[in-house]
Design a protein around this ligand. Structure first.
Ligand code: HEC
Length: 201
């Protein structure tokens, strides 16, 4: 062994315990760190939780926005899907029949307008899709939760709710295919969308 490596190993032998004890003092559990809701003087607003910069979009958002242009034809399958998705995401505030009397509203959330309002009866389905996508007033957007095609399905189901409550009997007749009762609910069918089960409680 030459003199230099011998010196190096001697220095290491002296320093090693010191280095090790430094590690012991700072375990990963107790290391200095910023917690989400604490304050940090490093930022102008003094908050650790940083706001997402304006205009940020998640990586798959452009594809989802593009998919919205694909307006599916309204058929029974789309309406059934729309009803399912409506009852999951919209009923808590808008109510099963669309009167804006959902359970969250009964607990104090601002009341949405009824879908039977003349302005919403004459609104294009695109408007419902836009409200789901971007939110409206105090209603926050559902773009992250409701798939683009499902937004169209929900819009179609809202239309069905409107017709079922404001339409003349001939509108209902016109909606039934000429070849028979395909897709019309049986009497007493639990699937029938007409009853407001929530209101009955
Ligand atoms: C947490 C409660 C809540 C949920 C859930 C909710 N909304 Fe709303 N919605 C509101 C409120 C409140 C308003 C009225 C907002 C305002 O005018 O400031 C509203 C308004 C609307 C309007 C009317 C917009 C206009 O032109 O006046 C439509 C359409 C609508 N919501 C559709 C939906 C659909 C579809 C869903 C389900 C995907 C949904 N909402 C889920 C609370 C909710």
């Amino acid at each position: 062994m030459s003199a230099v490596p011998r010196l190096a190993s001697a220095v290491l032998a002296v320093l090693a315990p010191a280095l090790l004890s430094a590690c012991e003092q700072q375990s990963m559990e107790t290391q200095p760190k910023l917690k989400t809701y604490s304050t940090a003087a490093a930022f102008p607003d003094n908050a650790v939780a940083r706001e997402i910069p304006f205009g940020t979009v998640s990586r798959n958002e452009p594809a989802r926005i593009a998919a919205l242009a694909d307006r599916p034809p309204v058929d029974e399958a789309l309406l059934r899907r729309g009803r399912e998705q409506y009852e999951i995401y919209c009923t808590p505030c808008h109510g099963l029949a669309g009167h804006g009397d959902g359970i969250i509203v009964q607990r104090g959330f601002p009341q949405p307008p009824s879908y039977m309002e003349p302005r919403l009866l004459s609104a294009d389905s695109q408007h419902f899709v836009d409200v789901i996508t971007h939110g409206w007033g105090v209603m926050y957007p559902y773009a992250a939760r409701v798939e683009p095609r499902d937004r169209w399905a929900i819009a179609a189901y809202i239309r069905a709710l409107q017709v079922s409550q404001t339409g003349a009997p001939r509108d209902v007749a016109a909606a039934i295919p000429a070849n028979g009762a395909q897709g019309t609910p049986e009497a007493g069918d639990d699937d029938a969308p007409s009853s407001n089960r929530e209101g009955a409680r």
